[in-house]
Design a protein around this ligand. Sequence first.
Ligand SMILES: NC(=O)CC[C@H](N)C(=O)O
Length: 385
Amino acid sequence: MTPTAHEPAVLVLEDGRTFRGEAYGARGETVGEAVFCTGMTGYQETLTDPSYHRQVVVMTAPHIGNTGVNQADMESQRIWVAGYVVRDPAVRPSNWRSQGDLGDALDGAGVVGISGVDTRALTLHLRDRGAMRVGIFSGEAARAPHEELLRTVTETPRMAGSALAAEVSTQEAYVVAPPEGTPTRFRVAALDLGIKGMTPALLARRGIEVHVLPSTTTSEELLALEPDGVFFSNGPGDPATAEHEVALLQDVLERRIPFFGICFGNQLLGRALGLSTYKLAFGHRGINQPVLDRTTGKVEVTSHNHGFAIAWPEGIPTDQPVDTAYGAVRCDHVALNDDVVEGLSCVDVPAFSVQYHPEAAAGPHDAEYLFDRFVDLLQTSTKES
Ligand SMILES: NC(=O)CC[C@H](N)C(=O)O
């Protein structure tokens, strides 16, 4: 594409810090929570991840858009980020899979971005002060006085306390069947809280018929499917707000239906067990995060996108189990950078979950074994009943 020559844009953080740059993507204004993502690749998977709904994503990789965009790498039907901040966008994409230019795709989706920003300085600021609200203004919107722009930012709802899953979830249930030649072994009900396309694909590849359900699905509707297992997906927003989903999961645990949760799904398992969640200072977002699997002693390099996490009860080290209304729970996965709880395994009910992304469409694939663990759990539980 031919970039429009140097149209100014401005990024204003809620603490008043301001970065000037150039308009990128759509012109206009946008607000959201500023977060940084350290992935060196996979920008299209990031942009189309529904968990980024209402977030303005700052890319630490300096050169973005090199490989363009294509249909195959979409993790959902659309771009979800509220805004996009890059340092140096590719002038023209170059890749055999490319079907279009990233700047044009952002423009087409109405996503306001900014380029030419010192993303390292911005990231250090967010790392030191924590995730905060932000606005990007370009075109006519950028001409308003600074105080007015700052007011727009500070009037934006905070991420803490926001219930967003229903805004991104499917309206209608649909089925993802195993690929041709793969026999169907199990039926799983997957609650779509912001599900990414790769998750049902990886389940289906293992002989699972995946019934993807709206986040508002009731217990009766879910149980009517007589699922062999239940899955809760990733998703945007504050897990502390998800009362309906937590109650639904408690029904599942009471019936001892095998459960697997990813990211938001992990936080909801924690809540269903009676643990609480909290907001991390600046979250984990990227594809190079080391996690220890305590059951094997192996370290895996993993993909993350979370701003909240499960709080292990005060005074109990995370390598000690905790007693809950559903029996003991262990923290089997832990982040090696900061000891954040990255996964739960129930001892007395067939349920486990991880805070990170074994489906990681842009990779790494170290954690894909977790889908096999779920199949093993389905198999053992089917045999038992
Ligand atoms: N990717 C996710 O599921 C994110 C979960 C939750 N919204 C968080 O920020 O922690």
